[in-house]
Design a protein around this ligand. Structure first.
Ligand SMILES: NC(=O)c1ccc[n+]([C@@H]2O[C@H](COP(=O)([O-])OP(=O)(O)OC[C@H]3O[C@@H](n4cnc5c(N)ncnc54)[C@H](O)[C@@H]3O)[C@@H](O)[C@H]2O)c1
Length: 277
């Protein structure tokens, strides 16, 4: 009998923590741009009793995403999606951040939505960053939600003259993830499937460590010191939320985003992390 398939993009720490919660007894197909990451993580999980196939995949490229999905389908029906691939503001230029985090995520949600098994479920990892940026107008939010994927990067609000820096690009990408999840949840719902996003705060992973050592290192260290939790989070704490969303207990939850940030966003608006005017 063919197993249900979990498609998992982004062989990082958050993705692995989620895959370990939901992947038992399933075929897990994990894709990442860095072959060494995907092979290393597949070995860790196969040595722990999971059934993981590593593949090379570039989230910024539609053809690569389609190949990734097709590879998954050779093993069985796609029952779950975990999207934890991404680049952070200190890791890449504006153009790459928009191509991977914004466009690539939108394409992946769209294409998996077309083939997801009835009753299937997905999570995509957004970020608290999308919650901290100033509100966009309802029309701009709708553009991020509903513009056809191949036209997304041509939107006026994403043109270089309208993007201040890599942090702004990352914030726009993560805002787009949240809006796209709402848009896609309607389509996924036609198949009885659900899709949600999680917006983590600072979670210690290689990506966050690059941020600690990057130009905004002090900003990030201050953020976790002054958030209500008083510390950064762990990938396992993000997986706690994903496990709820992807289980039967989350059956009434779709098209929404969950902040899991130790209260950093609350403190940014109404506490000690509030920027000085
Ligand atoms: N760690 C944090 O503090 C934090 C906070 C908020 C949001 N996030 C988000 O969580 C997600 C996962 O990050 P993480 O912290 O687990 O980092 P990580 O560095 O452990 O994993 C990210 C993975 O994405 C892969 N990747 C990068 N570009 C890719 C591409 N074009 N195609 C395919 N794979 C690609 C990387 O090779 C890496 O293996 C990202 O979307 C990130 O923005 C992380």
């Amino acid at each position: 009998m063919k197993k249900d398939v979990v498609l998992w993009a982004g062989a990082g720490q958050i993705g692995m923590a989620i895959a370990r919660r939901v992947g038992t007894g399933k075929k897990i197909v994990v894709g990442d741009k860095k072959l060494e990451n995907v092979q290393a993580i597949a070995k860790i999980m196969n040595d722990a009793g999971f059934d993981v196939v590593p593949v090379s995949m570039d989230l910024s490229d539609r053809t690569s995403i389609l190949n990734f999905i097709q590879t998954g389908q050779t093993y069985g029906e796609i029952a779950m999606l975990i999207n934890a691939a991404g680049v952070s503001p200190s890791q890449a230029p504006v153009e790459t951040i928009l191509k991977v985090d914004l466009y690539g995520t939108a394409v992946l949600l769209e294409e998996v939505g077309k083939i997801i098994k009835e009753g299937g479920v997905g999570v995509t990892i957004s970020s608290q960053s999308g919650h901290r940026m100033p509100q966009l107008s309802p029309a701009e939010d709708e553009q991020l939600a509903c513009t056809p994927t191949e036209e997304l990067l041509s939107l006026e609000l994403l043109q270089p003259e309208n993007i201040k820096d890599t942090l702004h690009a990352y914030q726009m990408a993560k805002r787009c993830n949240e809006k796209r999840v709402m848009y896609e949840a309607v389509k996924w719902g036609e198949k009885g499937a659900r899709i949600n996003s999680i917006s983590p705060g600072i979670i210690v992973t290689p990506l966050a460590i690059d941020e600690f050592n990057g130009p905004r290192g002090d900003f990030y260290k201050n953020m976790f010191a002054k958030c209500p939790a008083g510390r950064p989070g762990t990938a396992d704490e993000v997986a706690n939320v994903a496990e709820l969303l992807m289980s039967e207990k989350g059956a009434f939850i779709t098209g929404t985003d969950f902040l899991c940030d130790g209260g950093a966003t609350a403190s940014y608006f109404y506490g000690p992390l509030k920027p000085e005017q």
